[in-house]
Write a new protein. Structure first.
Lengths: 351, 132
Protein backbone atom coordinates (compact mmCIF):
# COMPACT_ATOMS: atom_id res chain seq x y z
CA UNK A 1 0.00 0.00 0.00
CA UNK A 2 1.23 3.51 -0.71
CA UNK A 3 0.03 6.99 0.04
CA UNK A 4 -1.48 8.56 -3.07
CA UNK A 5 -2.98 12.07 -2.91
CA UNK A 6 -3.95 11.47 0.70
CA UNK A 7 -5.37 7.98 0.14
CA UNK A 8 -3.88 4.61 1.03
CA UNK A 9 -3.88 2.55 -2.14
CA UNK A 10 -2.50 -0.76 -3.36
CA UNK A 11 0.36 -0.61 -5.85
CA UNK A 12 -0.35 -4.18 -6.87
CA UNK A 13 -2.37 -7.12 -5.57
CA UNK A 14 -0.14 -9.76 -7.14
CA UNK A 15 2.03 -9.18 -10.20
CA UNK A 16 1.78 -6.01 -12.26
CA UNK A 17 2.07 -7.96 -15.51
CA UNK A 18 -0.60 -10.44 -14.42
CA UNK A 19 -3.03 -7.69 -13.43
CA UNK A 20 -2.38 -5.89 -16.70
CA UNK A 21 -2.87 -9.02 -18.82
CA UNK A 22 -5.99 -9.94 -16.85
CA UNK A 23 -7.53 -6.59 -17.83
CA UNK A 24 -6.58 -6.93 -21.49
CA UNK A 25 -7.77 -10.54 -21.79
CA UNK A 26 -10.62 -10.84 -19.28
CA UNK A 27 -11.48 -8.21 -16.71
CA UNK A 28 -9.78 -5.96 -14.17
CA UNK A 29 -11.41 -4.50 -11.06
CA UNK A 30 -10.12 -1.14 -9.87
CA UNK A 31 -10.86 0.84 -6.72
CA UNK A 32 -10.92 4.45 -7.94
CA UNK A 33 -12.61 5.99 -4.93
CA UNK A 34 -9.71 8.40 -4.57
CA UNK A 35 -10.97 10.41 -7.56
CA UNK A 36 -12.73 13.64 -6.64
CA UNK A 37 -16.49 13.63 -7.23
CA UNK A 38 -18.19 17.03 -7.40
CA UNK A 39 -21.83 17.97 -7.98
CA UNK A 40 -22.58 21.35 -9.49
CA UNK A 41 -26.07 22.52 -8.52
CA UNK A 42 -28.11 25.63 -9.26
CA UNK A 43 -29.91 27.11 -12.22
CA UNK A 44 -26.66 28.56 -13.62
CA UNK A 45 -24.69 25.33 -13.27
CA UNK A 46 -24.48 24.52 -17.00
CA UNK A 47 -23.43 28.00 -18.15
CA UNK A 48 -21.03 28.19 -15.20
CA UNK A 49 -19.25 25.00 -16.19
CA UNK A 50 -19.36 26.04 -19.82
CA UNK A 51 -17.33 29.12 -18.93
CA UNK A 52 -14.59 27.03 -17.30
CA UNK A 53 -14.20 23.88 -19.39
CA UNK A 54 -12.53 23.50 -22.78
CA UNK A 55 -15.56 21.57 -24.03
CA UNK A 56 -19.11 22.69 -24.04
CA UNK A 57 -21.42 21.52 -21.27
CA UNK A 58 -24.64 23.34 -22.18
CA UNK A 59 -25.08 21.25 -25.33
CA UNK A 60 -24.44 17.87 -23.70
CA UNK A 61 -27.26 15.39 -24.26
CA UNK A 62 -28.94 13.63 -21.34
CA UNK A 63 -26.67 10.83 -20.05
CA UNK A 64 -23.67 12.17 -21.91
CA UNK A 65 -20.18 12.31 -20.42
CA UNK A 66 -17.38 14.42 -21.85
CA UNK A 67 -13.63 14.39 -21.25
CA UNK A 68 -12.58 17.98 -20.85
CA UNK A 69 -9.88 20.21 -19.44
CA UNK A 70 -9.94 22.99 -16.91
CA UNK A 71 -7.50 25.71 -17.95
CA UNK A 72 -6.18 28.85 -16.36
CA UNK A 73 -6.09 32.22 -18.13
CA UNK A 74 -2.77 31.33 -19.77
CA UNK A 75 -4.23 28.13 -21.22
CA UNK A 76 -2.24 25.98 -18.80
CA UNK A 77 -4.01 22.80 -17.68
CA UNK A 78 -5.35 22.83 -14.13
CA UNK A 79 -6.83 19.35 -14.47
CA UNK A 80 -8.30 16.86 -16.90
CA UNK A 81 -11.77 15.80 -15.91
CA UNK A 82 -14.95 14.05 -16.93
CA UNK A 83 -18.11 16.16 -17.02
CA UNK A 84 -21.37 14.28 -16.52
CA UNK A 85 -24.89 15.23 -17.49
CA UNK A 86 -26.93 12.95 -15.24
CA UNK A 87 -30.63 12.32 -15.71
CA UNK A 88 -32.13 12.48 -12.23
CA UNK A 89 -35.73 12.28 -13.35
CA UNK A 90 -37.19 12.12 -16.84
CA UNK A 91 -37.66 15.60 -18.27
CA UNK A 92 -36.27 17.27 -15.16
CA UNK A 93 -33.21 19.42 -14.63
CA UNK A 94 -30.02 17.49 -15.34
CA UNK A 95 -27.62 16.81 -12.55
CA UNK A 96 -24.18 18.06 -13.50
CA UNK A 97 -21.13 16.46 -12.02
CA UNK A 98 -17.40 16.33 -12.43
CA UNK A 99 -14.92 13.62 -11.66
CA UNK A 100 -11.52 15.15 -11.10
CA UNK A 101 -8.04 13.86 -10.27
CA UNK A 102 -7.53 13.10 -6.60
CA UNK A 103 -4.42 15.26 -6.44
CA UNK A 104 -6.26 18.26 -7.92
CA UNK A 105 -9.51 18.02 -6.02
CA UNK A 106 -8.84 20.81 -3.54
CA UNK A 107 -7.35 23.01 -6.23
CA UNK A 108 -10.32 22.54 -8.57
CA UNK A 109 -12.92 23.09 -5.85
CA UNK A 110 -11.17 26.33 -4.90
CA UNK A 111 -10.91 27.36 -8.54
CA UNK A 112 -14.61 26.70 -9.19
CA UNK A 113 -15.65 28.50 -5.99
CA UNK A 114 -13.56 31.51 -6.96
CA UNK A 115 -15.37 31.75 -10.30
CA UNK A 116 -18.99 31.66 -9.17
CA UNK A 117 -19.23 35.48 -9.21
CA UNK A 118 -22.77 35.77 -7.92
CA UNK A 119 -24.30 33.17 -10.21
CA UNK A 120 -26.78 30.62 -8.89
CA UNK A 121 -24.25 27.83 -8.47
CA UNK A 122 -23.36 25.55 -5.60
CA UNK A 123 -20.37 23.21 -5.62
CA UNK A 124 -20.83 20.08 -3.54
CA UNK A 125 -17.77 17.96 -2.91
CA UNK A 126 -19.31 14.50 -2.50
CA UNK A 127 -16.06 12.54 -2.77
CA UNK A 128 -16.49 10.85 0.60
CA UNK A 129 -20.25 10.41 0.27
CA UNK A 130 -19.78 8.11 -2.71
CA UNK A 131 -17.23 5.51 -3.69
CA UNK A 132 -16.18 4.51 -7.19
CA UNK A 133 -14.85 1.39 -8.82
CA UNK A 134 -14.11 0.40 -12.39
CA UNK A 135 -14.53 -2.89 -14.19
CA UNK A 136 -12.55 -2.92 -17.42
CA UNK A 137 -11.76 -5.52 -20.05
CA UNK A 138 -13.35 -7.51 -22.88
CA UNK A 139 -15.51 -9.45 -20.39
CA UNK A 140 -16.55 -6.47 -18.28
CA UNK A 141 -19.89 -5.67 -19.91
CA UNK A 142 -20.98 -9.31 -20.15
CA UNK A 143 -20.07 -9.77 -16.48
CA UNK A 144 -22.04 -6.72 -15.33
CA UNK A 145 -25.06 -6.98 -17.63
CA UNK A 146 -26.87 -9.77 -15.72
CA UNK A 147 -26.41 -7.86 -12.46
CA UNK A 148 -28.67 -4.98 -13.50
CA UNK A 149 -32.12 -4.72 -15.08
CA UNK A 150 -30.65 -2.11 -17.41
CA UNK A 151 -29.51 -3.36 -20.80
CA UNK A 152 -25.82 -2.56 -20.40
CA UNK A 153 -24.85 -4.02 -23.75
CA UNK A 154 -26.71 -1.19 -25.44
CA UNK A 155 -25.19 1.59 -23.33
CA UNK A 156 -23.32 3.97 -25.58
CA UNK A 157 -19.70 4.76 -24.89
CA UNK A 158 -19.25 7.89 -22.77
CA UNK A 159 -22.78 7.84 -21.39
CA UNK A 160 -24.00 6.84 -17.95
CA UNK A 161 -27.20 6.29 -16.00
CA UNK A 162 -28.52 5.66 -12.55
CA UNK A 163 -29.61 2.03 -12.23
CA UNK A 164 -29.90 -0.86 -9.83
CA UNK A 165 -26.73 -2.96 -9.78
CA UNK A 166 -26.66 -5.93 -7.42
CA UNK A 167 -29.78 -4.35 -5.85
CA UNK A 168 -27.93 -1.13 -5.03
CA UNK A 169 -28.66 2.19 -6.69
CA UNK A 170 -25.55 3.07 -8.69
CA UNK A 171 -24.49 5.45 -11.37
CA UNK A 172 -22.90 3.31 -14.08
CA UNK A 173 -21.04 4.78 -17.06
CA UNK A 174 -19.33 3.24 -20.03
CA UNK A 175 -16.06 5.02 -19.43
CA UNK A 176 -12.56 4.06 -18.33
CA UNK A 177 -8.87 4.71 -18.26
CA UNK A 178 -7.45 1.50 -19.69
CA UNK A 179 -8.24 1.45 -23.40
CA UNK A 180 -10.62 -1.45 -22.81
CA UNK A 181 -14.42 -1.58 -22.84
CA UNK A 182 -16.03 -1.50 -19.45
CA UNK A 183 -17.71 0.60 -16.82
CA UNK A 184 -17.13 2.91 -13.92
CA UNK A 185 -19.55 2.55 -11.02
CA UNK A 186 -20.41 5.16 -8.39
CA UNK A 187 -22.56 4.41 -5.36
CA UNK A 188 -22.97 5.28 -1.70
CA UNK A 189 -19.74 4.75 0.17
CA UNK A 190 -21.41 2.42 2.65
CA UNK A 191 -22.56 0.08 -0.14
CA UNK A 192 -19.33 -0.20 -2.09
CA UNK A 193 -17.65 -3.00 -0.14
CA UNK A 194 -20.53 -5.40 -0.81
CA UNK A 195 -20.42 -4.57 -4.51
CA UNK A 196 -16.64 -4.87 -4.64
CA UNK A 197 -16.67 -8.28 -2.96
CA UNK A 198 -19.25 -9.67 -5.37
CA UNK A 199 -17.52 -8.24 -8.43
CA UNK A 200 -14.18 -9.49 -7.15
CA UNK A 201 -15.46 -13.08 -7.03
CA UNK A 202 -17.08 -12.79 -10.44
CA UNK A 203 -13.94 -11.26 -11.91
CA UNK A 204 -11.80 -14.09 -10.60
CA UNK A 205 -14.17 -16.67 -12.02
CA UNK A 206 -13.92 -14.93 -15.40
CA UNK A 207 -10.12 -15.15 -15.34
CA UNK A 208 -9.71 -11.56 -14.14
CA UNK A 209 -8.22 -9.85 -11.16
CA UNK A 210 -8.21 -6.85 -8.86
CA UNK A 211 -5.79 -4.28 -10.24
CA UNK A 212 -3.60 -1.80 -8.39
CA UNK A 213 -1.97 1.52 -9.24
CA UNK A 214 1.04 0.08 -11.04
CA UNK A 215 -0.96 -1.85 -13.64
CA UNK A 216 -3.41 1.05 -13.89
CA UNK A 217 -0.41 3.04 -15.07
CA UNK A 218 0.86 0.45 -17.58
CA UNK A 219 -2.66 0.11 -19.00
CA UNK A 220 -3.30 3.83 -19.48
CA UNK A 221 0.21 4.38 -20.85
CA UNK A 222 -0.28 1.68 -23.50
CA UNK A 223 -3.57 3.38 -24.36
CA UNK A 224 -1.72 6.68 -24.82
CA UNK A 225 -3.74 8.39 -22.10
CA UNK A 226 -2.16 11.33 -20.34
CA UNK A 227 -1.71 11.48 -16.58
CA UNK A 228 -1.84 14.76 -14.70
CA UNK A 229 1.47 15.61 -13.17
CA UNK A 230 3.23 13.83 -16.02
CA UNK A 231 1.82 14.65 -19.49
CA UNK A 232 -0.42 17.41 -18.15
CA UNK A 233 0.38 20.30 -15.84
CA UNK A 234 -0.16 24.02 -15.49
CA UNK A 235 2.84 24.68 -17.73
CA UNK A 236 1.41 22.57 -20.56
CA UNK A 237 -1.48 23.61 -22.78
CA UNK A 238 -4.02 21.26 -24.39
CA UNK A 239 -2.75 21.95 -27.92
CA UNK A 240 0.78 20.72 -27.23
CA UNK A 241 -0.67 17.85 -25.19
CA UNK A 242 -2.35 16.66 -28.36
CA UNK A 243 -5.84 17.04 -26.87
CA UNK A 244 -7.48 18.95 -29.74
CA UNK A 245 -10.52 16.70 -29.49
CA UNK A 246 -11.11 18.12 -26.01
CA UNK A 247 -11.18 21.73 -27.18
CA UNK A 248 -14.32 23.44 -28.54
CA UNK A 249 -13.59 27.03 -29.51
CA UNK A 250 -16.60 27.78 -31.74
CA UNK A 251 -19.17 30.25 -30.44
CA UNK A 252 -18.24 30.00 -26.82
CA UNK A 253 -16.06 31.65 -24.23
CA UNK A 254 -14.17 29.92 -21.46
CA UNK A 255 -11.20 30.71 -19.28
CA UNK A 256 -8.08 30.16 -21.36
CA UNK A 257 -9.82 30.38 -24.72
CA UNK A 258 -7.81 33.36 -26.02
CA UNK A 259 -4.57 31.65 -25.06
CA UNK A 260 -5.60 28.47 -26.86
CA UNK A 261 -6.60 30.39 -30.00
CA UNK A 262 -3.08 31.82 -30.03
CA UNK A 263 -1.40 28.45 -29.40
CA UNK A 264 -3.31 26.93 -32.28
CA UNK A 265 -1.82 29.55 -34.59
CA UNK A 266 1.77 29.01 -33.49
CA UNK A 267 4.09 26.21 -34.43
CA UNK A 268 4.26 24.34 -31.19
CA UNK A 269 7.09 24.76 -28.78
CA UNK A 270 6.71 21.19 -27.68
CA UNK A 271 4.58 18.26 -28.72
CA UNK A 272 3.54 15.12 -26.85
CA UNK A 273 4.88 11.98 -28.46
CA UNK A 274 4.98 8.24 -28.01
CA UNK A 275 8.31 6.43 -27.90
CA UNK A 276 9.32 2.86 -28.30
CA UNK A 277 12.70 1.61 -27.22
CA UNK A 278 14.90 -1.30 -28.23
CA UNK A 279 16.21 -3.62 -25.56
CA UNK A 280 14.70 -3.84 -22.13
CA UNK A 281 15.90 -0.75 -20.28
CA UNK A 282 12.97 1.40 -19.32
CA UNK A 283 12.97 5.14 -19.98
CA UNK A 284 11.30 6.81 -17.04
CA UNK A 285 9.95 10.24 -16.15
CA UNK A 286 12.70 12.84 -16.32
CA UNK A 287 14.97 11.01 -18.80
CA UNK A 288 16.38 13.44 -21.36
CA UNK A 289 15.61 12.99 -25.04
CA UNK A 290 18.16 13.80 -27.72
CA UNK A 291 17.97 14.14 -31.47
CA UNK A 292 21.48 13.72 -32.72
CA UNK A 293 23.49 15.78 -30.27
CA UNK A 294 20.73 18.18 -29.32
CA UNK A 295 18.68 17.82 -26.20
CA UNK A 296 15.15 18.29 -27.50
CA UNK A 297 12.84 17.04 -24.83
CA UNK A 298 12.08 14.85 -21.84
CA UNK A 299 10.23 11.67 -20.95
CA UNK A 300 7.08 12.23 -18.86
CA UNK A 301 6.02 8.61 -18.32
CA UNK A 302 7.66 5.30 -19.12
CA UNK A 303 7.30 1.63 -18.38
CA UNK A 304 7.88 -1.83 -19.70
CA UNK A 305 4.80 -2.63 -21.74
CA UNK A 306 3.34 -6.00 -20.78
CA UNK A 307 1.35 -6.17 -24.01
CA UNK A 308 4.22 -5.39 -26.36
CA UNK A 309 7.06 -6.70 -24.18
CA UNK A 310 9.24 -3.69 -24.76
CA UNK A 311 9.84 -0.35 -23.07
CA UNK A 312 7.43 2.40 -24.10
CA UNK A 313 7.23 5.99 -23.02
CA UNK A 314 5.50 9.32 -23.55
CA UNK A 315 7.23 12.64 -23.50
CA UNK A 316 7.47 16.08 -24.98
CA UNK A 317 9.88 17.11 -27.72
CA UNK A 318 10.37 20.08 -30.04
CA UNK A 319 7.96 19.72 -32.91
CA UNK A 320 10.84 19.43 -35.38
CA UNK A 321 11.75 16.13 -33.68
CA UNK A 322 8.24 14.78 -33.31
CA UNK A 323 7.38 13.02 -36.57
CA UNK A 324 6.68 9.28 -36.18
CA UNK A 325 9.76 7.36 -37.23
CA UNK A 326 12.19 10.00 -35.94
CA UNK A 327 15.13 8.26 -34.28
CA UNK A 328 15.95 9.75 -30.89
CA UNK A 329 18.14 8.71 -28.01
CA UNK A 330 17.10 8.54 -24.39
CA UNK A 331 19.52 9.15 -21.56
CA UNK A 332 18.77 6.45 -18.99
CA UNK A 333 20.89 6.77 -15.89
CA UNK A 334 23.81 8.23 -17.82
CA UNK A 335 23.73 5.87 -20.82
CA UNK A 336 22.18 6.64 -24.18
CA UNK A 337 19.68 4.22 -25.64
CA UNK A 338 18.04 4.33 -29.07
CA UNK A 339 14.34 5.13 -29.26
CA UNK A 340 11.88 5.88 -32.01
CA UNK A 341 8.91 8.25 -32.14
CA UNK A 342 5.73 6.28 -32.71
CA UNK A 343 2.10 7.39 -33.05
CA UNK A 344 -0.18 7.27 -30.04
CA UNK A 345 -1.87 5.20 -28.80
CA UNK A 346 0.40 2.20 -28.58
CA UNK A 347 -2.58 -0.04 -27.94
CA UNK A 348 -6.07 0.08 -29.43
CA UNK A 349 -8.53 -2.62 -28.50
CA UNK A 350 -9.62 -4.81 -31.33
CA UNK A 351 -6.47 -4.07 -33.32
CA UNK B 1 24.22 -23.92 -1.54
CA UNK B 2 23.08 -24.32 1.99
CA UNK B 3 21.31 -21.15 3.09
CA UNK B 4 22.75 -21.47 6.57
CA UNK B 5 26.30 -21.38 5.19
CA UNK B 6 25.78 -18.15 3.29
CA UNK B 7 26.30 -14.63 4.53
CA UNK B 8 23.90 -11.81 3.83
CA UNK B 9 24.00 -8.06 3.36
CA UNK B 10 21.27 -5.91 4.83
CA UNK B 11 20.46 -4.94 1.24
CA UNK B 12 19.43 -8.57 0.57
CA UNK B 13 22.42 -9.87 -1.38
CA UNK B 14 23.63 -13.35 -0.36
CA UNK B 15 27.34 -14.17 -0.41
CA UNK B 16 29.29 -17.42 -0.58
CA UNK B 17 33.03 -17.17 -0.01
CA UNK B 18 35.46 -19.73 -1.42
CA UNK B 19 39.16 -20.06 -2.20
CA UNK B 20 39.94 -19.87 -5.91
CA UNK B 21 43.56 -19.89 -7.12
CA UNK B 22 44.82 -18.73 -3.78
CA UNK B 23 42.45 -15.78 -3.51
CA UNK B 24 39.19 -15.37 -1.61
CA UNK B 25 36.30 -15.05 -4.05
CA UNK B 26 32.75 -14.02 -3.17
CA UNK B 27 29.90 -15.35 -5.29
CA UNK B 28 26.75 -13.33 -4.84
CA UNK B 29 23.13 -13.11 -5.79
CA UNK B 30 19.84 -11.76 -4.48
CA UNK B 31 17.96 -13.59 -1.75
CA UNK B 32 14.61 -15.25 -2.40
CA UNK B 33 13.01 -12.65 -0.12
CA UNK B 34 14.32 -9.83 -2.32
CA UNK B 35 13.35 -11.54 -5.57
CA UNK B 36 9.83 -12.13 -4.34
CA UNK B 37 9.49 -8.50 -3.26
CA UNK B 38 10.70 -7.26 -6.63
CA UNK B 39 8.05 -8.82 -8.94
CA UNK B 40 7.79 -8.27 -12.67
CA UNK B 41 11.50 -8.20 -13.45
CA UNK B 42 12.35 -7.16 -16.98
CA UNK B 43 16.10 -6.54 -17.04
CA UNK B 44 19.33 -7.02 -15.18
CA UNK B 45 22.41 -4.96 -15.91
CA UNK B 46 25.39 -7.05 -14.94
CA UNK B 47 28.53 -5.30 -13.72
CA UNK B 48 31.44 -5.03 -16.14
CA UNK B 49 34.31 -7.49 -15.79
CA UNK B 50 37.27 -6.02 -13.95
CA UNK B 51 35.15 -3.35 -12.25
CA UNK B 52 36.51 -2.30 -8.87
CA UNK B 53 33.74 -2.42 -6.29
CA UNK B 54 33.27 -1.22 -2.75
CA UNK B 55 31.24 -2.83 -0.02
CA UNK B 56 27.76 -1.33 0.44
CA UNK B 57 28.02 0.60 -2.84
CA UNK B 58 25.70 -0.08 -5.80
CA UNK B 59 27.54 -1.85 -8.59
CA UNK B 60 24.80 -3.11 -10.90
CA UNK B 61 21.04 -2.93 -11.15
CA UNK B 62 17.89 -4.89 -11.76
CA UNK B 63 14.81 -3.41 -13.39
CA UNK B 64 11.17 -4.28 -12.90
CA UNK B 65 8.13 -2.89 -14.70
CA UNK B 66 7.81 -0.40 -11.92
CA UNK B 67 11.32 0.74 -11.04
CA UNK B 68 15.07 0.22 -11.09
CA UNK B 69 16.66 -1.32 -8.00
CA UNK B 70 20.33 -1.09 -7.16
CA UNK B 71 22.30 -4.19 -6.29
CA UNK B 72 24.99 -3.48 -3.75
CA UNK B 73 28.40 -5.07 -3.62
CA UNK B 74 28.78 -6.93 -0.34
CA UNK B 75 32.57 -6.72 -0.36
CA UNK B 76 35.55 -4.67 -1.57
CA UNK B 77 37.24 -6.16 -4.62
CA UNK B 78 37.17 -6.74 -8.35
CA UNK B 79 34.50 -8.34 -10.52
CA UNK B 80 36.04 -11.48 -12.05
CA UNK B 81 32.94 -13.22 -13.38
CA UNK B 82 29.36 -12.36 -14.29
CA UNK B 83 26.43 -14.66 -15.04
CA UNK B 84 25.95 -13.88 -18.72
CA UNK B 85 23.06 -16.32 -18.99
CA UNK B 86 20.91 -14.26 -16.64
CA UNK B 87 19.72 -11.30 -18.77
CA UNK B 88 18.04 -13.66 -21.24
CA UNK B 89 16.65 -15.89 -18.52
CA UNK B 90 15.56 -13.61 -15.70
CA UNK B 91 13.19 -16.23 -14.32
CA UNK B 92 16.31 -18.08 -13.07
CA UNK B 93 16.58 -15.43 -10.36
CA UNK B 94 13.26 -16.59 -8.96
CA UNK B 95 13.60 -20.28 -9.81
CA UNK B 96 17.05 -20.80 -8.28
CA UNK B 97 18.19 -17.63 -6.51
CA UNK B 98 21.05 -19.30 -4.61
CA UNK B 99 22.31 -21.51 -7.43
CA UNK B 100 21.90 -20.81 -11.13
CA UNK B 101 20.65 -17.32 -10.22
CA UNK B 102 24.09 -16.13 -9.07
CA UNK B 103 24.88 -12.67 -10.38
CA UNK B 104 28.63 -12.08 -10.09
CA UNK B 105 31.89 -13.22 -8.53
CA UNK B 106 34.17 -10.75 -6.82
CA UNK B 107 37.82 -11.32 -5.94
CA UNK B 108 37.94 -9.93 -2.42
CA UNK B 109 40.63 -7.31 -1.89
CA UNK B 110 39.94 -6.60 1.74
CA UNK B 111 38.61 -9.38 3.98
CA UNK B 112 37.58 -6.88 6.61
CA UNK B 113 34.65 -5.93 4.42
CA UNK B 114 33.16 -9.40 5.09
CA UNK B 115 32.63 -8.48 8.72
CA UNK B 116 29.70 -6.23 7.81
CA UNK B 117 27.69 -9.21 6.58
CA UNK B 118 25.27 -11.13 8.75
CA UNK B 119 24.59 -14.82 9.17
CA UNK B 120 21.43 -16.63 8.09
CA UNK B 121 19.68 -16.34 11.45
CA UNK B 122 20.25 -12.59 11.63
CA UNK B 123 19.12 -12.17 8.03
CA UNK B 124 15.93 -14.15 8.62
CA UNK B 125 15.22 -11.89 11.58
CA UNK B 126 15.68 -8.78 9.44
CA UNK B 127 13.32 -10.17 6.81
CA UNK B 128 10.74 -10.92 9.48
CA UNK B 129 10.89 -7.34 10.67
CA UNK B 130 10.67 -5.94 7.13
CA UNK B 131 7.52 -7.90 6.47
CA UNK B 132 5.62 -5.93 9.10
Amino acid sequence: MVGFAGWSMPVQYSSIVEEHQATRKAVGLFDISHMGRLLIDGSDAATFLDSLLTRSVADMSPHQIRYSLVCNEQGGILDDILAYRVVLEEGGQPGLGLVVNAGNREKIVAWLESRINGRDVEIRDVTTVYSMIALQGPKAIELLDPLTPFELTSMRYYTGQIMQLLDVECFVSRTGYTGEDGCEIICDADKIVGIWEQLYELAKKAGGSAVGLAARDTLRLEAGMPLYGHELSESINPVEAGLDFAINLQNREFVGKEALVEYRKQSHQQVRIGLQLEGRRVAREGCKLLHGNDEIGVVTSGTFSPSFERPIAMGYVKDTSSAPGTPLTVDIRGKEHPAMVVPLPFYERGK
Amino acid sequence: MKLEDLQYAKTHEWVSVAEEDGAKVATLGLSAFAIEALTDLVYIELPTMGKQVEAEQPFCEVESVKAVSDIYSPVNGEVIAVNDALPDALETLGDDPYGAGWIAKIKISDEASLSKLMDHAAYEKQCGEESH
